[in-house]
Design a protein around this ligand. Structure first.
Ligand code: ZN
Length: 420
């Protein structure tokens, strides 16, 4: 039986179906090391996945022998003399190695949930020591990492975003779990509380300050060893993204950032801030970016977005009538307009409407990096009846593309839209 909720739209990257993550096995070094023996490894180099040469939609999985120089002893169990056994649970030295989960397609779990029957998957970082986005120059611990990974001759490193968007849904789900956690490990090598090094434990799902493994006196040196601090575990950052309809329900508010590929419009979006509900974040973002007051809001579906680790929260909303778009409040958008359903449907179904080149992806990545730094100057909104500049929209692999199609083409979510 398919246990996935059939009443919710499952977006790309959300897994179809997801792996069994077996998070309760993460602290057990012996169990993880047994998984390593029969695992498939998804390899990353500076965030780029290893794929089959000339076929970027196809991840190139390797076995333990191929990554042995990086894996070394695998995961370490607590030593009998460890001053703090918990701080030693499946500890690991060396490169980043993450137990992602077990693929149970075709082999459902047995009676003992501790003994999975499927194929274990690990993600491993093959970025050479001392290099990469987050390398700290001269960091002795980083440079001391042993081993190099030799990529097979029939493989290559692929642009992450372009490659993953072309993967089948299952591999995209695996990628979306693997890449963010490798990235999180790489960018959290120092303790947020005291600045000392961190180390990996729990199969790559936790990092602790080195003082956690010390004597009681040493543990007092860092407040991450006491109370609730939320430094040790990976995070995912929620982003609200919304299809806002006008009072008639026949037009949707879309905007474009100056840095996006020519002709591209999409749903408005923004980070949910501390202290906000989904609904409040929708209303604030739309007001700030387009000057439009939103009334009712309905949650639609969500999508993990692994660049680097966001959770997109897709909503529909209804704007109050008699309003005009204004862009001068936060100057984030170059343009925003209410587009008729027929125009959105035309772009969404046109052959080139969602085709993106490598250059387009680079532009989108850069636009994300430049947020707030490169805010466009205020530009007067164009008259409402000019739509010829709208020629591209996000593909269905992005939730914005899903929200636009669900509304414009009348697929899914019609009950949400009609109840606004
Ligand atoms: Zn610390």
């Amino acid at each position: 039986m398919d246990v996935h909720a059939n009443d919710t739209f499952v977006n790309f990257y959300a897994g179809a179906p997801p792996l069994n993550r077996l998070s309760f096995q993460r602290p057990k070094a012996d169990v993880l090391n047994a998984h390593l023996e029969r695992a498939k490894f998804l390899v990353f180099n500076e965030g780029k996945p290893l794929v089959h040469k000339g076929k970027i939609s196809s991840p190139y999985f390797v076995d333990l022998a191929a990554v042995k120089p990086l894996v070394g002893e695998g995961f370490l169990a607590p030593s009998p003399n460890a001053p703090n056994e918990k701080a030693e649970e499946s500890r690991r030295a060396g490169c980043i190695l993450v137990f992602v989960g077990v693929d149970e397609r075709g082999c459902p779990p047995g009676e003992d949930l501790n003994i999975p029957h499927g194929t274990p998957y690990f993600a491993i970082d093959a970025t050479p020591a001392g290099t990469g986005l987050y390398a700290v120059k001269g960091d002795a611990e980083d440079l001391a990492r042993q081993g190099r990974f030799e990529a097979p001759a029939d493989s290559e490193w692929a642009d992450a975003r372009m490659s993953a968007s072309l993967m089948d849904a299952w591999h995209a789900g695996l990628f979306a779990a693997a890449r963010p956690i490798v990235d999180w490990n790489a960018r959290n090598r120092h303790c947020p509380a005291c600045g000392r090094h961190t180390y990996s434990l729990w199969g790559g799902w936790k990092r602790s300050c080195v003082t956690a493994r010390g004597t009681p006196e040493e543990r007092k040196l860092c407040f991450s060893n006491t109370g609730l601090h939320n430094f040790a575990h990976p995070r995912t950052d929620p982003v609200i993204i919304m299809g806002i309809l006008d009072e008639t329900g026949d037009r949707m508010l879309l905007g474009r950032n100056k840095s996006w590929p020519k002709g591209m419009y999409s749903c408005l979006a923004g980070f949910i801030e501390p202290g906000e509900s989904f609904e409040e974040a929708v209303r604030r973002e739309v007001l700030e970016e387009a000057g439009i007051v939103v009334g009712p809001v309905r949650y639609g579906s969500s999508q993990p977005w692994p660049y680097p680790a966001n959770l997109m929260v897709g909503c529909f909303g209804r704007a109050a009538g008699g309003q005009s778009v204004r862009l001068d409040l936060d100057n984030e958008l170059e343009d925003a307009q209410f587009f008729p359903r027929s125009v959105v449907a035309r772009v969404a179904t046109s052959k080139m409407g969602s085709k993106f080149t490598k250059n387009d992806y680079n532009q989108l990545d850069k636009a994300q990096d430049d947020r707030d730094v490169n805010a466009p100057a205020f530009i007067d909104p164009r008259p409402m009846d000019k739509f010829e500049n709208f020629t591209k929209c996000p593909p269905e692999t992005a939730i914005a593309g899903v929200l636009m199609r669900q509304w414009a083409l009348g697929t899914h979510a019609t009950h949400l839209v009609s109840s606004l």
